[in-house]
Design a protein around this ligand. Sequence first.
Ligand SMILES: O=P(O)(O)OC[C@H]1O[C@](O)(COP(=O)(O)O)[C@@H](O)[C@@H]1O
Ligand SMILES: [Mn+2]
Length: 643
Amino acid sequence: MDVKYLDLLAKKYDSEEEVATEIIHLESILDLPKGTEHFVSDLHGEYQAFQHVLRNGSGNVKMKIADVFKGELSEAEMNEFATLIYYPEEKIKLVKSTFTSKEELREWYEKTIARMLRLISRSSSKYTRSKIRKALPQQFVYIVEELLYKKDEVEDKKEYYEKILERTIAFGQADKLIIGLAYTTQRLVVDHLHVVGDIYDRGPDPHKIMDTLIHYHSLDIQWGNHDVLWIGAYAGSKVCLANIIRICARYNNLDIIEDAYGINLRPLLNLAEKYYGDNPPFRPKRTDDDQLTGQEQLQITKIHQAIAIIQFKLESPIIKRRPCLRMEDRLLLERVDYGNNEVTIHGKTYPIENGCFATVDPDDPTALLDEEQQVIDKLLFSVQHSEKLTRHMKFLMKKGSLYLKYNGNLLIHGCIPLEEDGSMKEMDIEGTSYAGRELLDVFERYVRDSFARPEETDDFATDMIWYLWTGENSSLFGKREMTTFERYFIQDKATHKERKNPYYSLREDEGMCRRMLEEFDLDPEQGRIINGHTPVKEIDGEDPIKAEGKMIVIDGGFSKAYQSTTGIAGYTLLYNSYGMQLVAHQHFNSKEDVLTKETDVLSVKRLVNEELVRKKVRETNNGEKLKQDIESLHRLREHRYMT
Ligand SMILES: O=P(O)(O)OC[C@H]1O[C@](O)(COP(=O)(O)O)[C@@H](O)[C@@H]1O
Ligand SMILES: [Mn+2]
């Protein structure tokens, strides 16, 4: 081992005792049960629903409450207690408003704090003290530790503990303590979060989800196609940028661009006002909460058209300069017969409905007007100078990747592109052929490369990010082609169909899943593939657990827009030392509903597998890391203190 590294390590552990203590500490962690992993995917801007799943730990909080209090508290009391853990600030207010005397309140404080400590004590049983300390409300660490580790049987200490509680309440600190303990509980029931892609688009608050994730104690992200679209926009891809704005307009979410990220849409609006009018397929999709005036709706409809046309124009030069992407079929603006109002796709001609080609020159259909060029350039400048977006995109890069191998499982948003016969689909990129894991690795390199050079807007790496959004061999898209143009302009629904990669039928097969795990050097006996991206249509009887449990698809659709096709409001997955459980969530109404009616929609759990022997940290990714640390510490001990 590198002597320099050992010297560095010696600075941190500068006595033999310290090295020994650390070795003992780490070795004891290895024998603790593995922490609970929580998998979520396809959040699609649904911040409230995501918050709820995060706060209740996919039902884990309730499970722990039942473990501790079943038989002692009624169902209603347990539910109320659970709500307090999820939304402590609001719940305390509600509870307090029901009391008529100080005495009542004091009793409630005492009872509640005692219960919370019991719950925390149970939830933290598999963690070391130092880890628990980190999870405790920092201003109350001393008090909580005293209370947490008290031993009731020690009579003379009883008075001492009561005094602590009494003083805490008397000093008006009880609310803060309860709030802190509630967040501690939330934190302890989930050790690590995996976000299996698609934080962005369709829903109203992806930026709030990002802020939540930035503050989350431990997580990783597998990029979804929508996340990569945002990364692409920030990394300099104008066509990705046009797409994110188009999608925000389509879902009436331009606030995300303007208010959350501070990007000025005025130039785009001016252009839109000049060239476009009302046009049904471009009207924003409405949700129940939208209160748009006719004027507002019209404005969004115009913006939607303006940016869609810019997008279609921007696609053309990329397709032409990158023949290896083989996307010539998508040069649709060039296939429009502007005189007869028709378009020819895959050899078939269709009438165009609701065309909006005022800025298109039939002789040079993909040329941007100067005005359009200026609009997109200004937008890119704003995007790259948005402080908040910069923070969010950097975080996506830091915590994210195209796929992840974690504790023996393969986490991936979309797919591994396959041929019909189950072989890995090859793609020729700049003269080299890639498939399977290698293809995904090369895709990721391009994303990182483009992100590192945001000033380059037309280079290969930046074009590849767009390809990841929409290309046939993209592991994130997983479909033959994206029929956005057809859905706006052609009535014939057959043209709207996006044919899925064979992966999506082959993944039902256990042998295939085993081969894919092997492709990623994972043990097919132990490992599973965890997928997002395609909504599981429970309504039609689709099963999220496929291939004898080797494949688990957890996109049940947080996205409200997709709930009518799925029939539920999302799946999440829990993986603790006892095994894996899939949780199906019912539709989430609102936080207010949870608070007042305790409607913490019952989540149905299904066992995916049960570990025969409780899994320990030793057998996890983290365990591997700890073993390496221990090894280094042994070396340090020999190198420094035993010679
Ligand atoms: O539902 P919309 O807004 O029309 O979007 C449809 C587009 O979204 C996609 O389904 C991709 O989004 P998902 O990753 O959420 O599936 C495309 O395949 C499709 O063209
Ligand atoms: Mn997706």
